[in-house]
Design a protein around this ligand. Structure first.
Ligand SMILES: Nc1ncnc2c1ncn2[C@@H]1O[C@H](COP(=O)(O)OP(=O)(O)OP(=O)(O)O)[C@@H](O)[C@H]1O
Ligand SMILES: [Mg+2]
Length: 362
């Protein structure tokens, strides 16, 4: 069992007037892999430290497995935390490092051996058991830190950007190992990252935070497809979603969104939401804008290419329709160059409308 429940949790450091986290209400289910995602300083590490007991809660309650843990010592909470800057004991071998938490709690020698070997093996560390940390690569050291936390078999893992010190290739590999580990151990995990690829690929659900407040919680694809506000819409997705300010208006032919230098007819789904909205923002992701080299008709927007970014598998093209600039995804090797005239077709079924306060209208 490893359910973690936050009830109206707020943390203010010292005499700060603003909370590092404010009014967090969240239930992380048993076995769940929940990713906390958000920009630097939004309160992700603070939230983990509150669960681990490394910081006191200012107000609210945290429950683990049906126990209110506000006043429990870190050691009694049955959670294991893995940090970005893992600290291994330099004078101990890998085996001794992994065995350390068990030795401290008086687990018998033979059981310790079995658990250390199982943890090391699940992370591919068998060949390094007798080595000292200084003779390991960064990725291997991070795996030792992970092994040291799983060997305790806690009911909750708290992981604070555990992969951010690794190079791109090792990151992907260790990410897969972590997912395999979670599939076999099924331990409830709260995982902090500001890497949205990690969030999208690892989380059962993601919680997007901003300035200490959770903006939206849900399965990654759902949050990507139905962002609750412009912040979430812009935070998930690379290149980021195109957002244009304007107004929702009615025209003789139906509802339209009128930007500074463009107007789009709103499909029924958006038209209903747009009624009476007034000032709004129109959002469309690069993959939902088709780029044409000749006018396809049907009201395509003529635009002038300002920047072409090949990323190998795709080509991202920035093009402007007057004062509005759009990023569109095109097929790799599409022959476009800056200055060229192109035509943009918006897939309005996948467009978003946000109200004046930034909240999604649909
Ligand atoms: N010990 C502390 N004392 C005072 N303020 C702190 C302390 N730790 C964090 N803060 C502040 O609380 C806010 C949240 O910090 P936190 O470390 O939780 O952010 P984060 O989301 O983990 O950021 P990052 O992605 O950079 O690690 C920040 O404004 C930070 O300056
Ligand atoms: Mg942090």
């Amino acid at each position: 069992m490893g359910q973690v429940e936050f009830i109206e949790v707020t943390k203010r450091y010292g005499d700060a007037t603003a909370g590092a986290v404010t009014g967090i209400d969240l239930v992380v289910e048993d076995h769940e892999f929940l990713v906390l995602l958000g920009p630097s300083g939004c309160g992700k590490s603070t939230l983990l430290k509150l669960v681990a007991g490394l910081e006191d809660i200012t107000s609210g309650e945290i429950w683990i497995d049906g126990r209110m843990v506000n006043y429990e010592k870190p050691a009694d909470r049955d959670v294991a935390m893995v940090f970005q800057n893992y600290a291994l004991y330099p004078h101990m071998t890998v085996y001794e490092n992994v065995a350390f938490p068990l030795r401290m709690t008086g687990v018998a020698k033979e059981e310790t051996r079995q658990r250390v070997l199982a943890a090391a093996s699940s992370l591919g560390l068998d060949p390094y058991l007798e080595r000292r940390p200084e003779h390991l690569s960064g990725g291997q050291r991070q795996r030792v830190a992970l092994a040291r936390s799983i060997v305790r078999r806690p009911s909750v893992f708290l992981m604070d950007e555990p992969l951010s010190n690794l190079d791109a290739q090792l990151r992907v590999q260790t990410r897969e190992e972590l997912l395999r580990l979670h599939a076999s151990l099924q331990t409830t995990t709260i995982y902090v990252t500001h890497d949205q690829v990690e969030a999208m690929t690892m989380g059962h659900r993601i919680a997007v935070m901003r300035s200490g407040v959770i903006q939206q919680v849900g399965p990654p694809q759902h949050v990507y497809d139905h962002p609750a506000n412009t912040f979430v819409a812009a935070f998930l997705g690379s290149p980021r979603i195109n957002l244009a300010a304007g107004r929702c208006e009615s025209s003789p032919t139906g509802a339209i969104f009128a930007g500074p230098d463009f107007a789009v007819p709103l499909p029924p789904r958006l038209a209903a939401a747009a009624r009476g909205a007034g000032d709004a923002a129109f959002g469309i992701r690069p993959e939902n804008i088709a780029l044409h080299l000749a006018d396809p008709g049907g009201g395509a927007f003529p635009a002038k290419v300002s920047l072409v970014e090949p990323v190998g598998s795709d080509l991202y093209v920035n093009a402007s329709t007057g004062s509005s600039s759009w990023t569109a995804r095109a097929a790799a090797r599409t022959p476009v160059t800056p200055g060229q005239q192109v035509w943009l077709v918006f897939d309005l079924e996948h467009a978003h409308l946000f109200g004046g306060d930034g909240a999604a209208l649909t």
